[in-house]
Design a protein around this ligand. Structure first.
Ligand code: ZN
Length: 99
Protein backbone atom coordinates (compact mmCIF):
# COMPACT_ATOMS: atom_id res chain seq x y z
CA UNK A 1 0.00 0.00 0.00
CA UNK A 2 1.32 3.40 -0.97
CA UNK A 3 1.30 6.30 1.41
CA UNK A 4 1.19 9.92 0.46
CA UNK A 5 2.71 12.70 2.49
CA UNK A 6 0.41 15.31 1.08
CA UNK A 7 -2.88 16.08 2.79
CA UNK A 8 -5.60 13.90 1.49
CA UNK A 9 -8.65 15.55 0.01
CA UNK A 10 -11.63 15.33 2.30
CA UNK A 11 -15.05 14.41 1.03
CA UNK A 12 -18.39 14.19 2.75
CA UNK A 13 -20.46 11.06 3.03
CA UNK A 14 -24.06 11.54 1.85
CA UNK A 15 -25.34 9.27 4.64
CA UNK A 16 -23.60 10.29 7.88
CA UNK A 17 -22.47 13.72 6.54
CA UNK A 18 -19.00 13.22 7.98
CA UNK A 19 -15.95 14.45 6.10
CA UNK A 20 -13.37 11.76 5.55
CA UNK A 21 -10.31 11.20 3.41
CA UNK A 22 -11.44 10.36 -0.10
CA UNK A 23 -9.84 6.91 -0.02
CA UNK A 24 -12.05 5.91 2.91
CA UNK A 25 -15.12 6.64 0.88
CA UNK A 26 -16.63 5.12 -2.18
CA UNK A 27 -17.26 7.48 -5.06
CA UNK A 28 -20.34 7.50 -7.22
CA UNK A 29 -20.72 9.44 -10.39
CA UNK A 30 -23.91 10.60 -12.05
CA UNK A 31 -24.28 9.68 -15.69
CA UNK A 32 -27.13 11.98 -16.53
CA UNK A 33 -29.32 11.23 -13.53
CA UNK A 34 -28.15 7.65 -13.14
CA UNK A 35 -25.74 6.96 -10.29
CA UNK A 36 -23.00 4.40 -10.86
CA UNK A 37 -20.13 3.33 -8.65
CA UNK A 38 -16.92 4.98 -9.79
CA UNK A 39 -14.34 2.32 -9.06
CA UNK A 40 -11.47 4.33 -10.51
CA UNK A 41 -12.50 7.35 -8.40
CA UNK A 42 -11.67 9.56 -11.33
CA UNK A 43 -14.61 9.25 -13.68
CA UNK A 44 -15.86 12.48 -15.18
CA UNK A 45 -19.10 13.90 -13.96
CA UNK A 46 -20.81 15.04 -10.83
CA UNK A 47 -19.72 12.80 -8.01
CA UNK A 48 -20.86 12.00 -4.52
CA UNK A 49 -19.46 9.87 -1.73
CA UNK A 50 -20.46 7.22 0.76
CA UNK A 51 -18.48 5.59 3.56
CA UNK A 52 -17.21 2.08 3.00
CA UNK A 53 -19.51 0.75 5.65
CA UNK A 54 -22.69 -1.25 5.57
CA UNK A 55 -24.18 1.14 8.08
CA UNK A 56 -23.86 4.12 5.78
CA UNK A 57 -25.27 2.17 2.85
CA UNK A 58 -28.33 1.38 4.96
CA UNK A 59 -28.56 4.95 6.18
CA UNK A 60 -28.34 6.27 2.62
CA UNK A 61 -31.20 4.00 1.56
CA UNK A 62 -33.28 4.81 4.62
CA UNK A 63 -32.83 8.56 4.28
CA UNK A 64 -33.28 8.43 0.51
CA UNK A 65 -29.93 10.12 0.17
CA UNK A 66 -29.55 8.75 -3.35
CA UNK A 67 -32.76 10.47 -4.40
CA UNK A 68 -31.45 13.73 -3.03
CA UNK A 69 -28.14 13.67 -4.87
CA UNK A 70 -29.74 12.36 -8.08
CA UNK A 71 -32.57 14.90 -7.80
CA UNK A 72 -35.18 12.29 -8.65
CA UNK A 73 -36.83 9.26 -7.12
CA UNK A 74 -34.86 6.12 -7.84
CA UNK A 75 -36.72 2.89 -8.41
CA UNK A 76 -36.17 0.20 -5.83
CA UNK A 77 -34.41 -2.00 -8.39
CA UNK A 78 -32.06 0.86 -9.31
CA UNK A 79 -31.05 1.21 -5.68
CA UNK A 80 -30.58 -2.56 -5.33
CA UNK A 81 -28.40 -2.58 -8.44
CA UNK A 82 -26.35 0.31 -7.08
CA UNK A 83 -25.82 -1.44 -3.76
CA UNK A 84 -24.82 -4.58 -5.66
CA UNK A 85 -22.15 -2.51 -7.43
CA UNK A 86 -20.98 -1.12 -4.11
CA UNK A 87 -20.63 -4.56 -2.58
CA UNK A 88 -18.78 -5.83 -5.68
CA UNK A 89 -16.37 -2.93 -5.43
CA UNK A 90 -15.56 -3.74 -1.81
CA UNK A 91 -14.21 -7.16 -2.80
CA UNK A 92 -14.33 -8.33 0.80
CA UNK A 93 -12.65 -5.21 2.10
CA UNK A 94 -15.69 -3.85 3.85
CA UNK A 95 -15.76 -3.21 7.54
CA UNK A 96 -18.95 -4.99 8.55
CA UNK A 97 -20.27 -4.31 12.01
CA UNK A 98 -23.14 -5.92 13.80
CA UNK A 99 -25.82 -3.44 14.58
ZN1 ZN B 1 -20.88 7.75 6.18
Amino acid sequence: MRRHKTTKPMRRCIACRESKPQDELIRFVLIGQNPVVDISGRAEGRGFYLCRSEECIKTAVKRKAFNRVCKRNLEENEISRLIGQVLDSYQGGMDVKEG
